[in-house]
Design a protein around this ligand. Structure first.
Ligand SMILES: Nc1ncnc2c1ncn2[C@@H]1O[C@H](COP(=O)(O)OP(=O)(O)OP(=O)(O)O)[C@@H](O)[C@H]1O
Length: 297
């Protein structure tokens, strides 16, 4: 899935909320999106989910998508179970699998007793569980979570963490926004910051490194543009192997061991996508700790 020159502004002549974004999201990757209030995080997530269209540029290769919005439209005239079954059908499940999935997800979130309750009568917390469960019905190629953990109890937040990890391992792209900087810290492949209309890569957010992320490197601004989008002279990828793995064959660039098995891979800019794809598609996949674009000297 790829974003090319994507921009969004609301209304004719309104200010650009996002501008000239270029981004590739490989299968099986976990992206965290952060940024100040009003910076455009939800706008970016709605574009990714396909429920809003870019004002400029294009998004290609979007797979079947599930989306948990910041606000859940709980006023639909249906019970929780019927709603989830309907969503499961939309996500491509057969009727029996959709009914089973609806009950299973409600139970995993400790809300099995509410399958027959109308959505409008659910508490806020249970509504949020239903909102999250609908995103987990079926096996989408892209799962977009906009503050989906907010309003869930501690146990349910853990259930959602686990479900996200399962999805990513199964090849789903997951993009999320969450207030907790440590959310899924060890599993995040790329952290993006939305700021001033652009997106910036941050070092992979393990809890301690998050405190001092260092200067963001501009994903868009510093690299020369080509007909295929911006290209940097070099990209440095730091990746950790799954236990017992060796470096996948046919990996482009030069690799340097960093200790504890982690590898720093330096590739020519155009080969970065290939290298990331190879590492993320390895079975089991490598964990991408950071991706740093190095501009032309
Ligand atoms: N439908 C809309 N019409 C007009 N302006 C909008 C619309 N949706 C968002 N905006 C504006 O776009 C900007 C970015 O909003 P967005 O909700 O994407 O930010 P955010 O980073 O998700 O914010 P928050 O952290 O507060 O949720 C804001 O200035 C907002 O007012």
């Amino acid at each position: 899935m790829r974003l090319t020159g994507v921009g969004r502004r609301y209304g004719l002549g309104g200010p650009w909320i996002l501008r000239d974004l270029d981004l590739e999201i490989p299968a099986g990757s976990l992206l965290r999106v952060e940024g100040a209030n009003g910076s455009g995080k939800s706008t970016l997530l709605r574009l990714l989910a396909g429920i809003d269209a870019p004002s400029a540029g294009r998004i290609t290769g979007r797979p079947r998508t599930a989306y948990v919005p910041e606000r859940f439209p709980a006023a639909l005239p249906m019970t929780a179970g019927a709603y989830l079954t309907r969503l499961g059908r939309i996500h491509g499940l057969g009727r029996a699998a959709a009914v089973r999935g609806a009950q299973e997800w409600l139970e995993r979130f400790g809300a099995g007793a509410y399958a027959g309750t109308p959505l409008s009568e659910l508490s806020k917390g249970t509504s949020q569980k239903v909102a999250v469960a609908q995103g987990l019905m079926g096996t989408p190629g892209l799962l977009v979570l906009d503050e989906a953990w907010t309003g869930l109890d501690r146990t349910s937040r853990g259930v959602l963490d686990e479900a996200v990890r399962e999805r990513v391992t199964g090849g789903t792209r997951v993009v999320f926004v969450d207030h907790d900087p440590g959310r899924l810290a060890g599993a995040v492949d790329v952290a993006l910051r939305v700021e001033g209309g652009g997106i910036f890569t941050l070092p992979a957010p393990s809890r301690d490194r998050w405190q001092a992320p260092g200067p963001p490197s501009a994903l868009n601004a510093r690299c020369p543009r080509t007909p295929d989008g911006p290209r940097c002279a070099r990209t440095v990828i730091v990746a950790e192997p799954p236990p017992g793995a060796v470096l996948p064959p046919h990996l482009p660039g030069t690799a340097e061991l960093l200790g504890e098995g982690a590898v720093e891979l330096t590739v020519a800019g155009p080969q970065a996508d290939d290298a990331l794809r190879t590492l993320l598609n390895a079975r089991p996949p490598w964990h991408i700790r950071s991706v740093t674009e190095a501009p032309h000297p």
